[in-house]
Design a protein around this ligand. Structure first.
Ligand code: ZN
Length: 465
């Protein structure tokens, strides 16, 4: 592989040149000894950071979500959630592309038509499938694009003046022909993450068999990042190259909650096979159960609590002594915080997505986006970890605010140990995120807009300049 020299890069507060050779950092200095013919990348004084690692993401679901958004219960139950879901879908859908919603039910916001949809999303084509599968509801931008005014089809419902209501019945084939069909596109998930400086993912969907991992291991997937995967308890899944094997993922569900001895047995079985566990905890009762099970089974380095959405203060000391890492999702503070204010009981609100109190209590914290369920841009999570404000600007758990560098560091740990910081250092893989400005300036307003170039193994995977 050819050598690459990154010039004028800010590393550890000073401007240096960085020589990348064979996918790794070979030399760092005021002037490096670059062989003739090396490619040069002008850092322009911007900070050179380790690439961000998203410690909790669901890649296949994120790919599917790029093309459709769940707009019915249990994901969306009222008009506010419908608006939030459409807004989020619109943000993650490439410009000009259709927003596609599925699973709509009138319990959400009544029997909607084009005008209702226009009020929620007017500036791009939107189609929403009713849960029955028999009906699509389109907004005006979509109707215009399909030139529906001039189409005769018995499935088109019309107002008395002949204008389409936006409701189309049993017209899937017709729509498929007009719009074109597509399959979930992992490459776009990877590209969007690369634009945000992400060079690695830990996929938190528990793989049950080889088929679950094949799409991620496929060299044709278009994903350029390094990927660590989790497996389901008891699944004897061989981890295909180039994927790395992460912990055993244990899902908890309040409706069918495991008994303490059942969960302890799962934890012990994973540990017995040399694997750490990652226990999904989004409620108070799940956190209590998970911590009790780890106490009963004995903790192992690498054990994780995923989400840690509600961690009662009295668990912090135990988490610290167990050495369990919390992989949290501060992005939800921004994305869902306004809903939490309405829906989460007051006693739980203080405990939502803790960061600073965990760190003060000696508990290691890292973060993931939980895309597609949370905002896929890790900088949204970084910003939320610093500001602790909801989308509408309301503070949520201000005592949990992290300093900007600590918030960024939530994404700078390694896949194998999210608390082990990766560094821009000789010998490290050249998985790098070059910002367009110095670190101090970038941290004043954390945003993926500051990301200039992203490299994985020394190869440019996104050039946003
Ligand atoms: Zn998740």
């Amino acid at each position: 592989m050819a050598e690459l020299v990154i010039t004028g890069a800010e590393v550890g507060g000073r401007l240096v040149e960085v020589l990348v050779s064979d996918g790794a950092i070979a030399e760092i200095g005021v002037r490096v000894d670059a062989p003739g013919g090396s490619t040069r990348l002008d850092g322009a004084g911007g900070a050179l950071l380790p690439g961000l690692h998203d410690h909790h993401v669901h890649l296949l679901a994120a790919a599917a979500a790029l093309e459709s958004v769940a707009l019915g219960p249990p994901h969306v139950v009222d008009r506010d959630q419908l608006a939030l879901a459409l807004e989020a879908a619109s943000r993650r859908t490439p410009w000009g592309a259709w927003v596609r919603g599925v699973g709509y039910h009138e319990s959400v916001a009544g029997r909607i038509d084009r005008h209702d949809l226009d009020a929620l999303l007017a500036d791009r084509p939107l189609r929403v499938q009713h849960r029955s599968g028999a009906e699509w509801i389109l907004n005006t931008a979509a109707l215009d694009l399909l030139a529906l005014e001039g189409v005769t089809h018995e499935g088109i419902e019309r107002e008395r003046n002949g204008a389409p209501t936006g409701r189309l019945f049993r017209m899937d084939a017709w729509l498929g022909e007009r719009i074109g069909r597509s399959t979930p596109d992992l490459a776009e998930v990877g590209r969007a993450a690369a634009r945000a400086g992400v060079t690695g993912f830990t996929d938190a969907t528990p793989a049950r068999g080889p088929d679950d991992l094949a799409p991620l291991a496929d060299p044709g997937s278009g994903l350029r990042q390094r990927i660590t995967v989790m497996t389901a308890p008891g699944a004897d899944v061989e981890c295909p190259a180039p994927l790395s094997l992460g912990p055993v993922k244990v899902l908890l569900d309040d409706v069918a909650l495991l008994a303490l001895d059942e969960l302890s047995a799962i934890v012990a079985a994973a540990h017995g096979r040399g694997r750490a566990v990652a226990v999904h905890c989004v409620t108070r009762v799940q956190s209590v159960l998970a911590v009790s099970a780890l106490e009963a089974a004995g903790a192992r380095p690498g054990d994780r609590i995923e989400h840690g959405s509600v961690i009662p203060a009295e668990l912090i000391g135990t988490l610290c002594s167990l050495g369990t890492t919390v992989v949290t999702n501060p992005g939800f503070v921004e994305a869902r915080g306004d809903r939490y204010a309405l829906e989460v009981e007051a006693e739980d609100r203080e405990d939502l997505y803790r960061c600073a109190s965990l760190e003060r209590g000696g508990v290691g914290v890292a973060a993931g986006t939980d895309a597609p369920f949370g905002p896929p841009d890790p900088w949204v999570a970084i910003r939320a970890a610093v500001g602790r404000t909801t989308a509408s600007g309301v503070p949520l758990g201000p005592a949990e605010r992290l300093a900007p560098m600590a918030a960024l560091s939530l994404f700078l740990g390694s896949a194998a140990d999210p608390l082990m910081p990766r560094r821009v250092a000789v010998g490290a893989p050249a998985d790098l995120c070059l910002l367009g400005l110095p670190l101090e300036a970038a941290l004043r307003s954390p945003s993926s807009e500051h990301v200039a170039v992203t490299l994985v193994g020394g190869e440019v995977v996104s050039d946003n300049r």
